[in-house]
Structures are given as structure tokens and as C-alpha cells.
Design a protein around this ligand. Sequence first.
Ligand code: BTN
Length: 253
Amino acid sequence: MKITILRIDTVDSTNSEAARQAQLGADEGLCVIARRQTAGRGRHGRTWISEKDAGLYFSIILRPKIEIKFLPLITLMTGVAVYDTLEECGLKPDIKWVNDILIGEKKICGILAESVETQTGLAVVVGVGINLTSQNFAADIGKTITSINAELATPADAGEIERTLTKYISYWYENLCGENGPTMICSEWKRRSSYFHGKNVRVTLANESFEGATNGLEENGALRVKIHDGTVKIVQAGDVERLRPFLGNQDLN
Ligand code: BTN
């Protein structure tokens, strides 16, 4: 895949700009990178706060020639690529299903994949937001979110991170589109995520919520969760949060 970079100072959302470019006929491999987003968005319509130079705001256009049922694996493939990027920066990441990259249980990156109809067929825009600095985090958010600068002694080099990220997205995307690609991406995801098996989680869907233990992935990347009666629920989309073991009532002082 040939990578081309479209650099913009301020944009509403790099995902929206990439979708517009895809509708205008842009090839796969076009990456939109902005210094600031005025309407950055996350999953489920949430806002992704995007102050100038505080994060990497990145979206890439893909035109995958894979079976439609495997499209959700694009998010997992990107998680693998971000994991490898952060590891190359000297960090020890984890991946929380489906799209959160964590450092020591704090979120450092989110991924938002969206499909777009274009005249030359379906395109997928994959947005990646990596926190570079923690400057604009509110004090209470700092407990659940982190940034490259908060984790490393040397400040983040955004250019270097961009180059490493595009290298790994190209690599893992080619693997996903190749022979046995879906199986390979699931097993690479498994090697990088503590959420693959045996993690106690609460799953929140649009109109239900349940608890259970993670039990591997389906072939399309959906999460299997074993609930109290032993049955396995398949989670195609939803929020997953880790449940901590109950240690009894403790005096925390
Ligand atoms: C999430 O964790 O909910 C996903 C967050 C994705 C944020 C990135 S920043 C670059 C791209 N543009 C957007 O508007 N969103 C994604």
C-alpha cells in the first residue's frame, strides 16, 4: 500500500476529512493528519478532545478486498499496529477489546473505524488518536488516561510515531488481506491482549449489561464472554470494562 500524507493544521475530524477524500476518489493509503480537531469523535458519539499538538490525530483510508463479515477485524488489526508502534517507542501496552490501547490500565489511544460508500466501492476510514501530552487532562481524568510524555522520560516525537504507525498499519493490513489473514490477526491480537481470556468484565450494550469472563474471539473478532450459567455471549459491539476482584470491605485509610 502506498502511503500518502495529507497534513492539515485544523480540521473538524480527520475521520470526516478522510471520508470526504474517499468520496472524492482518494486511493487507499491516504492518511489525514491534523494538529488540532474541532469535532474529534470517539465511539458511540463521544467527543475526542483534540487540543493543538496534544495528540496524534490520524486517519487512513482503506479499500479492503476482504469478505464483509471480516470487516470488524480492521479495528483489531489497527490495535495490533498501534501496540507495535508504542512498543517500539519503549512502552509496554495492552489492548482492551475492542479498540482501546492501555498502558498500565490507563487509556493512551483510541481507534474508530467507519465505513464509507464511494463511487468505487466501500471504503473504511480508520482513525487513531494517540495522547502525546497530558497537559489538558482534568485532574480526575488523569487516573484513567495517560500519554506518551507521561510515560516516557524523553518527549514524544510525533513524526517518528507517525512513521512507525504507518509502517505497522501497512504491514498488518497486508497480512489481514492475505491468505488466512483473519485467523492470523486474531492470533496476533491474542498475543498482545490480556483481555483475550479469563478477564472478568462488565459488558454494556445498548439495552443490556452483563458480567462474565472473557473467552477468546470469534473468527470475525467478536468477543466471547462466558456468563455465570456457563453460556457464552458473543459481543459484536459494546463497551467492556474490567471488573476488579471484590476484596471485602476494607478500611482504605
Ligand atoms: C474511541 O476510543 O472512542 C475512539 C477515539 C478515536 C479518536 C481518533 S482521533 C483521529 C480520528 N478522528 C476522529 O474524529 N476520531 C479519530
